[in-house]
Design a protein around this ligand. Structure first.
Ligand code: GLY
Ligand code: MN
Ligand code: MN
Length: 463
């Protein structure tokens, strides 16, 4: 017990010295983001954003609350039942927050509420009102504004409320009201901004990556025949939470044997068997930023000949893809590299027959590698931002973070290949920051070559 307390304390103090994007630093950066966003909005417009609603898990219990990513990005505010209004050029104040009022009884049951007064004092906003007054105040903020920006189609209930406020303004035309005349999608403006990570965001992502790297190593050290997939999931969660992460960034995938061929396997309830590989795809969320790491390793601690042959193809594909990532290279290029290396490798092993160029053209490799090489990463694990610009794959730019995660999956029922290859699934995934001159792998602390993995696993205490 004493030892555990010490670990928790050291995790806390490890973060204390770091200038992380939380508290007042976060509020300042959110204010800057709002100014940028407002400078990109049409003249005489208003943007409306809703906090994420609470979601029921069962009967009267809810899932752990998590703020909407865009709302958090623009406010740093983490309570539900809130609305943010951005009104560029409004002389009485451009940024107005509606949030839950202080409420002694509610706070007794569920914890402290910030309340409008403290929100206005800390969040660097112009005004804050109780959410209970929004139906009276918001139509007035819409009046005389030509365009309404919202993330339409995200939360039906919020969409309906926006319409209701619009109706209220329209009902006052005879008294001189001048209602908005158009709706504009807000998401693309925010999402283009979110693609480019600031120094503060990168520091948080590095923290999420470091915690997740420790978690993967912990799980490798805990693997043993006879244990279950969920035992390794428990090791991951332990490391996440002991390090101050409050949740995984997505449901952890712990897939032993042929389960690794299910791309988003989450049952995690099967036994680990000697001779099988385990694929773990897991990352924590730290202060709202995600890590996303996959490693594949043998339960026994030693790769078989077939496993190593396939593993080394995936590893080569991943390393070569990362090598080409720098500003100016199109986003599809790393994917194209993985397709080429994997196809060539499968031909060499005799698992695909033909010329690699033809097999790529006919997409024959998709029997083994059926997903893209990666995605943007940030506040969401599959982060916001378009993959294309002007109808073509967009160039990579400094500040973007993208995963690179090629894989080879040979289904148990793939009768086209000899039996010894079937039921093997391998994926290797890292998080890559594009820098001005090239890239930096945020997740390099996890062993990746077969030699490194076998060396770490040799340190396991025999069970
Ligand atoms: N963890 C989900 C993914 O890699 O996309
Ligand atoms: Mn991923
Ligand atoms: Mn992943």
């Amino acid at each position: 017990m004493a030892k555990q307390t010490k670990v928790a304390e050291s995790a806390r103090s490890a973060n204390e010295g770091k200038a992380l994007l939380t508290g007042s630093a976060l509020y300042e950066e959110a204010a800057l983001r709002r100014r940028t966003l407002m400078s990109r909005m049409k003249k005489n417009s208003i943007a409306l954003l809703s906090a994420a609603p609470q979601r029921t898990r069962s009967h009267d219990t809810e899932y752990t609350y998590r703020q909407d990513s865009d709302f958090y990005y623009l406010s740093g505010f983490t309570e539900d039942d809130a609305v943010l209004a951005l009104i560029p050029g409004r002389t009485q104040g451009e940024v107005v927050l509606f949030c839950q009022p202080k409420d002694k009884l509610k706070e007794l049951w569920n914890g402290t509420l910030t309340g409008p007064q403290l929100a206005k004092a800390t969040l660097l906003i112009d005004d804050a009102y109780p959410i209970t007054e929004i139906d009276t105040i918001l139509p007035g903020l819409m009046d005389e504004r030509t365009s309404i920006y919202t993330c339409m189609g995200r939360e039906n209930r919020f969409d309906e409320r926006v319409m209701q406020w619009l109706k209220t303004v329209r009902s006052k035309v005879r008294q001189g009201a001048n209602p908005p005349t158009e709706f504009v999608m807000l998401d693309p403006l925010i999402h283009e901004m979110r693609l480019f990570k600031s120094k503060g965001e990168i520091a948080l992502m590095q923290e999420a990556a470091d915690i997740s790297a420790r978690a993967h190593k912990r799980a490798m050290l805990a693997a043993n025949a006879g244990r279950y997939e969920y035992h390794l999931e428990a090791e991951l969660l332990h490391e996440f939470m002991m390090s101050g992460s409050r949740a995984p960034a997505y449901n952890s995938i712990v897939a032993a044997g042929a389960n690794a061929c299910i791309l988003h396997y989450i049952n995690n309830n099967q036994p680990l068997r000697n001779g099988d590989l385990v694929l773990i795809d897991a990352g924590c969320e730290y202060e709202y930023y995600a890590a996303d790491i996959t490693r594949t390793f043998p339960v026994s601690g030693r790769f078989s000949k077939e496993q190593k042959a396939l593993y080394d193809i995936v590893l080569k594909a991943q390393l070569e893809a990362i090598k080409v990532m720098r500003p100016g290279v199109i986003r599809d290029e790393p994917h194209n590299v993985t397709v080429r290396v994997i196809t060539e490798g499968l031909v060499e092993l005799g698992l695909l027959v033909g010329k690699p160029a033809d097999l790529i053209k006919s997409a024959a490799y998709r029997d083994f590698y059926m997903h893209g090489a990666g995605h943007w990463l940030g506040i969401d694990v599959h982060d916001a931002g378009t993959n294309q610009k002007a109808g073509a794959s967009r160039p990579l730019e400094a500040g973007m973070v993208m995963t690179i995660e090629p894989g080879i999956y040979i289904a148990l029922d793939n009768k086209k290949v000899p039996k010894k290859w079937r039921g093997i699934g391998i994926r290797i995934e890292d998080d890559v920051l594009i820098t001005r001159t090239g890239n930096r792998v945020l997740t390099s602390a996890v062993p990746k070559t077969t030699e490194e993995i076998e060396a770490l696993m040799a340190l396991r205490i025999p069970s």
